[in-house]
Design a protein around this ligand. Structure first.
Ligand code: BTN
Length: 248
């Protein structure tokens, strides 16, 4: 478990991230990252967000000082930027699995689940200030043991999964390391290992599915990579246009 005072040094030694900004509270770490004039890749971490954002204009709530709300700001040229939304939950899942000590799953498009309940969500703001800059927002329920009534049956935390308190600095370092390694793989189109985990943890291959894209498609999911999914061995649908993928 790293001493928090050495966290930035460990990040510099093990990852591309040169800076760590840790604040008690801010509206959203996405905005904190976007507003930082300092150059270079950095991590923006808040103990509490007052206006945390989720995908599709949803809100993201944390319990102050207990969960993890991070934005990883990276500048990198990705040959296939559309692979990032699928590869990112794999990186987060692998980091959380090291702590949870049990297999986790991915729920389309990029949520991480534990025993059927949401553990983590991610949000990517691309091209902020520069075409090659990505703001990778990651929220993890870490040490929360109670959720509001509307989330009670749908959300979980690493503390609930493990039965003990989880060190947030240690988890942050694991996530940063996994994201860094994932970005290195994407930069050279080395997708195979990440795609294999994505397919496996999505758990839909060989299943009958319903896909909402430019049209609605139904069939057996026979192929899936970071570019497309394939139904019934013949019908390919680009992931870029897939809005929803579920058992059907
Ligand atoms: C989702 O599941 O809809 C995505 C949730 C993303 C939440 C994270 S927390 C850190 C970063 N800052 C935000 O305002 N949102 C992301």
């Amino acid at each position: 478990m790293p001493d928090p005072t050495h966290l930035e040094t460990l990040l510099q030694e093990r990852t591309r991230f040169r800076r760590l900004q840790h604040v008690a509270s801010c509206p959203s770490t996405q905005d904190l990252a976007a507003a930082d004039p300092a150059p270079g890749d950095g991590i923006y971490w808040a103990d509490h967000q007052t206006r945390g954002r989720g995908r599709q204009q949803r809100e993201w709530h944390d319990e102050p000082g207990v969960d993890l709300a991070l934005t990883l700001r990276v500048r990198c040229r990705l040959p296939q930027p559309l692979a990032l939304p699928a590869a990112l939950p794999v990186a987060v899942l692998l980091a959380c699995e090291e702590v949870a000590g049990r297999p986790l799953t991915v729920k389309w498009p990029n949520d991480v689940y534990c025993a059927g309940r949401k553990l983590s969500g991610v949000l990517i703001d691309a091209g902020v200030g520069n075409a090659d800059t990505f703001l990778i927002g990651i929220g993890v329920n870490v040490n929360r043991v109670r959720f509001p009534p509307d989330l009670e049956t749908r959300a979980t935390s690493l503390a609930l999964a493990t039965g003990h308190e989880v060190d947030r600095e240690d988890l942050l370092l694991r996530i940063a390391t996994r994201v860094d390694s994932m970005l290195q793989d994407l930069a050279v189109r080395r997708h195979d290992r990440l795609e294999a985990v994505f397919r496996d943890r999505l758990g839909l291959l060989g299943q009958r599915v319903r896909v909402e894209a430019t049209a609605v498609h139904e069939g057996v999911l026979t192929g899936l990579d970071f570019e497309r999914l394939v139904l019934d061995g013949t019908r390919a649908v680009p992931l870029a246009v897939v809005r929803s993928l579920q058992r059907g």
